[in-house]
Design a protein around this ligand. Structure first.
Ligand code: TGC
Ligand code: FAD
Length: 387
């Protein structure tokens, strides 16, 4: 029996019935709704906001949070599969879901008051309220401990001043989760984006994640009540805890992008006749395709085990760092190689590899650059902080 080229080790057989159902429903959504429009969205630099209601109806927003808050209550492996199938379509669609779920709904759930959870989570799960997450600042994202944005207590309010940069969903958002320095260390705030003094400015001329909204956020004496502060966390571990959730999903997402590139390269090379035979009949191309399948298989096993650790409650941030580094690098290399196998056709968005390659240039940078994750693993091995 022929093996599935994007699942050579039948990793699907290791999934539960519920996990398979989640994967199938998101795969259908990607095939029917994302793939027909995404090339054009990328060309035009347009985020397909019209898909938000269906993404919400499928339960993909805050999917791991409890049903009490209008969420799907799925496990970590299911969240990973959601990311994988969405990113098979485009990293921008997966980014939208990652930010809403892991970077906005998760901190409200994990660090918020019960009132904040009840106020925001159900409408965020329905896609009625979109969030963004402001951690990175213009002077350097890898070192968030040195953030300049600050919040000062003024009676029952907080007054926020500063700027955030490269913020996904910035111009779509009704609320921003903003991390700011205070006298008591870094704290998180829920900032409604219609608060006076708040502005979001979309970043244009991007060559990557063109089907995603990326913005700068500016805070000029933005006054919000203490009720909007996330009361249950202080310090960098607040935002880093959110990043662990999002980075976990990002270990899965690029597997989908790599699978899409592999299949494009397989199909193209079988049809392309050069020197009187399909280019897929050459040893050089077959070795490249085989090597892509090998790397995808290793990444699949890595993410599945990571998901099982997450669901067992034993996941360590260093393990997430290793998988984020490995799987994004794997996908970026495969997207570039697939682009090459398509020759000149590979430079157009008619085919997916160049779009995925360009997107993955962001994915390898955001949520901790490749170097940051390598240094996290190095620190674990040596006990020496090399940052
Ligand atoms: P350190 O000062 O040692 O630790 C501070 C506290 O945080 C705890 N901690 C973590 N907790 C949860 N998850 C993690 N991954 C954690 N890492 C550290 C730590 O235990 C400590 O707690 P406590 O109780 O002792 O205070 O900080 P560090 O030296 O570990 O951090 C250095 C470094 C470079 C790793 C960190 O600053 C870092 O990760 N920098 C990269 C910043 C980054 O990734 N930014 C991403 C911005 S968001 C984004 O890109 C969204 S893209 C979204 C999309 O479109 O999909
Ligand atoms: P820098 O931190 O300036 O790094 C520059 C270079 O220095 C990198 O190559 C880095 O690896 C290297 N470097 C850093 N430290 C060391 C070291 N100790 N040793 C050796 N080399 C080092 N942020 C958010 O908060 N929210 C978002 O929603 C968000 N969405 C994003 C969407 C996109 C499309 C992009 C591109 C970015 C997004 N980011 C977001 C920001 C992202 O997290 C940062 O770009 C990333 O953390 C890196 O920060 P930086 O761009 O300032 O690079």
């Amino acid at each position: 029996m022929a093996l599935n080229p994007t699942d050579l080790y039948d990793i699907r057989s290791l999934l539960s019935e519920e996990e398979r159902m989640v994967q199938d429903s998101v795969a259908r959504f990607t095939d029917e709704k994302v793939l027909p429009i995404i090339g054009e969205c990328f060309d035009k630099g347009r985020f397909p906001g019209e898909l938000i209601p269906e993404i919400a109806a499928l339960g993909l927003l805050g999917s791991s949070l409890p049903e009490d808050y209008g969420c799907a209550g799925l496990n970590g492996v299911s969240y990973g599969l959601i990311c994988q199938e969405l990113e098979r379509g485009d990293s921008g669609i997966r980014s939208f879901v990652s930010v809403q779920s892991s970077l906005c709904m998760y901190p409200i759930y994990a660090y918020g008051s019960e009132d904040q959870r009840r106020e925001w989570l159900p409408s965020m799960a329905k896609g009625e309220v979109i969030g963004c997450f402001g951690l990175t600042e213009p002077h350097g994202g890898s070192d968030p401990a040195n953030m300049k944005t600050h919040a000062k207590r003024d009676g029952g309010d907080w007054v926020i001043n500063g700027a955030k940069m490269w913020i996904t969903n910035g111009n779509l958002a009704k609320i921003a989760i903003v991390w700011a320095q205070t006298e008591d260390g870094i704290q998180g705030f829920i900032v409604p984006t219609d608060t006076p003094g708040f502005t979001a400015q979309e970043i244009h001329r991007k060559m990557s994640l063109r089907a995603s909204v990326t913005s700068g956020l500016f805070f000029d004496n933005v006054r919000i009540p203490d009720a909007n502060r996330l009361p249950n966390v202080r310090g960098l571990k607040g935002p880093l805890g959110c990043l662990t959730q999002a980075r976990y999903g990002i270990t899965w997402g690029p597997i989908g992008a790599a699978q899409a590139c592999l299949m494009e390269a397989v199909n193209y090379s079988k049809d392309r006749i050069l020197f009187n035979r399909p280019v897929a009949a050459t040893q050089a191309v077959q070795i490249k395709l085989a090597d892509m399948a090998r790397r995808i298989t290793l990444a699949q096993l890595l993410s599945l085990q990571l998901g099982r650790l997450k669901d067992a409650g034993t996941l360590q941030p260093t393990q997430v760092s290793l998988a984020k580094w490995n799987n994004v690098r794997m996908a970026l290399d495969i997207a570039r190689e697939a682009r090459d196998i398509l020759g000149g056709s590979g430079i157009t968005t008619e085919y997916c590899p160049i779009r995925h390659a360009l997107n993955l240039e962001s994915v390898i940078t955001y949520e901790g650059t490749e170097t940051v994750h390598q240094l996290v693993v190095g620190r674990e091995l040596t006990g020496i902080n090399a940052f």
